[in-house]
Ligand binder design. Structure first.
Ligand code: ASP
Length: 350
C-alpha cells in the first residue's frame, strides 16, 4: 500500500534490486539528440560505492537492465505491467529490502501508478527514479536521485510504489511530472489517503490480450469526431479528462449519444477533472448530468495518470461492468479521496 510515513528505523545494511529501463538518467547524445544506452552497470556500481562511503550503509544489490532500454515516451500499454512482473519475480527470488526502477521521467507517473496497482499486495518498497540530466554530465541529478532512493529504502520510510526525485518522495498514485526544467520535476497532486485496510478485489481471470484503454482531454474547439473515434478505438475503456466539476462541449446531443452508445456496449467512460484541486461532481452542471445519464463513471479526484492506470489494471483483471464501476469508484490505495471533496463555499456579498 502506498503511503509516506515518518522513518521508524534505519538499516545499516540494505539489499536492493535495481532495474534500469532507460530514460535521461543513462542517455547520451551522439549528435542527433539524447538517446538511451545500455551497459550502465559499472557506473551504478560507482554511485553505490560512493553512497556506502558517504552514508555508512552497506548495499548489496542485484542490477539488471531491460533487453531494450527506451526513452520513456515509447512506453506502451504493457510496459508498466511487464516491469511490475519483473519486480515481483525479483522480490520472490531475493527478498530485497527495496526495489529501485530507473525510468524516464516523461511517463514515470503513468508507469509508476500502474505498477502501484499491479504490486498492491507487495510489502517491499518500490521506488522509481530518473534524472533531468544524464549521469556523468555537469549538473546531473542522476546520482543524487539514486542516493535519495537508497536512503529512503534504508530508512524504510515509505511503503508501496513511489517516485523518488529531487528532494521528495511522491506516492505514485498521486504523482505527476510538472517540470522539465527543475530538479524537482514531480508534484504530489492532492494528498494520498490510503484506506485503513486494503480492499479485496474479486478473483477474476486476467485477459491475455486486454482491450485497449485510452485517455482523451476535452478542449475548446474539440472536434466531436475525435472523441467518437476514441470511444470506438479504446474498447476497454476511456478516461475522459473534462473541465472543472466534469463538463465538456456537448455539440447538441451527438457527444452524449456517442458516450451512451459506448457505455451500453460495455466500454466504461471515466470522467476526471483538469483541476489540481477539487473533484468531479456529475450532479453540478447540466453537461455533467448528461454524462452521468449516459452511463459515465465519476473518477472523483484521481490524477489522469492514476485514472488511466487503474482503468487499465481493472480491465486487464477482467472485471465485469458493474464490478468495474464499483472498484473504479473505491479507494484502493490512496488514488482517490476517501470522502467526497467539499464543494466551494459560495461567496456571500456583504
Ligand atoms: N525523454 C526522457 C524519458 O522520459 C525524459 C527523462 O527521462 O527525463 O525517457
Amino acid at each position: 500500500m502506498t503511503s509516506v510515513a515518518s522513518a521508524p528505523r534505519h538499516l545499516s545494511q540494505i539489499t536492493v534490486d535495481i532495474l534500469y529501463t532507460g530514460g535521461t538518467f543513462g542517455m547520451v547524445d551522439h549528435g542527433d539528440g539524447l538517446r538511451p544506452r545500455r551497459g550502465l552497470g559499472s557506473e551504478i556500481t560507482d554511485v553505490i560505492a560512493r553512497f556506502e562511503r558517504e552514508n555508512g550503509i552497506a548495499v548489496r544489490f542485484d542490477y539488471a537492465e531491460l533487453e531494450q532500454v527506451i526513452d520513456s515516451a515509447d512506453a506502451g500499454p504493457d510496459t508498466a505491467r511487464r516491469i511490475a512482473e519483473r519486480v515481483r519475480s525479483g522480490i520472490a527470488q531475493r527478498r530485497p529490502d527495496g526495489v529501485v526502477v530507473v525510468h524516464g521521467t516523461d511517463t514515470m507517473a503513468y508507469v509508476g501508478a500502474r505498477m502501484a496497482f499491479e504490486l498492491r499486495d507487495v510489502d517491499v518498497p518500490v521506488a522509481l527514479t530518473g534524472a533531468q540530466i544524464p549521469l556523468g554530465l555537469p549538473g546531473s541529478d542522476a546520482r543524487s536521485n539514486l542516493t535519495l532512493t537508497l536512503n529512503s529504502i534504508g530508512a524504510q520510510s515509505v511503503t508501496g510504489t513511489f517516485i523518488a526525485f529531487g528532494n521528495s518522495l511522491h506516492p505514485a498514485v498521486r504523482a505527476s511530472k510538472r517540470a522539465c526544467d527543475d530538479y524537482d520535476g514531480f508534484t504530489t497532486v492532492r494528498d494520498c489517503t490510503p484506506p485503513p485496510a486494503a480492499p479485496r478485489l474479486p478473483e477474476t481471470r486476467p485477459h491475455v490480450d486486454s482491450p485497449p484503454v485510452g485517455l482523451f482531454t476535452v478542449f475548446p474547439g474539440m472536434q466531436p469526431d475525435l472523441l467518437h473515434a476514441a470511444l470506438r478505438h479504446y474498447r476497454g475503456g476511456l478516461v475522459l479528462e473534462c473541465y472543472g466539476s466534469g463538463t465538456l462541449p456537448l455539440h447538441g446531443s451527438a457527444t452524449v449519444e456517442a458516450i451512451r452508445a459506448a457505455t451500453s456496449r460495455g466500454t466504461p467512460v471515466v470522467v476526471i477533472t483538469h483541476c489540481d484541486s477539487g473533484a468531479v461532481d456529475l450532479d453540478r452542471y447540466q453537461p455533467g448530468r448528461a454524462l452521468r445519464d449516459a452511463g459515465a463513471i465519476s473518477g472523483g479526484d484521481m490524477t489522469r495518470e492514476a485514472a488511466l492506470a487503474k482503468l487499465g489494471y481493472l480491465v486487464h483483471r477482467g472485471l465485469p461492468g458493474s464490478e468495474l464501476r464499483r472498484w473504479m469508484t473505491t479507494n484502493l490505495l490512496g488514488e482517490l479521496s476517501n470522502h467526497p471533496v467539499p464543494q466551494p463555499i459560495p461567496h456571500t456579498p456583504n
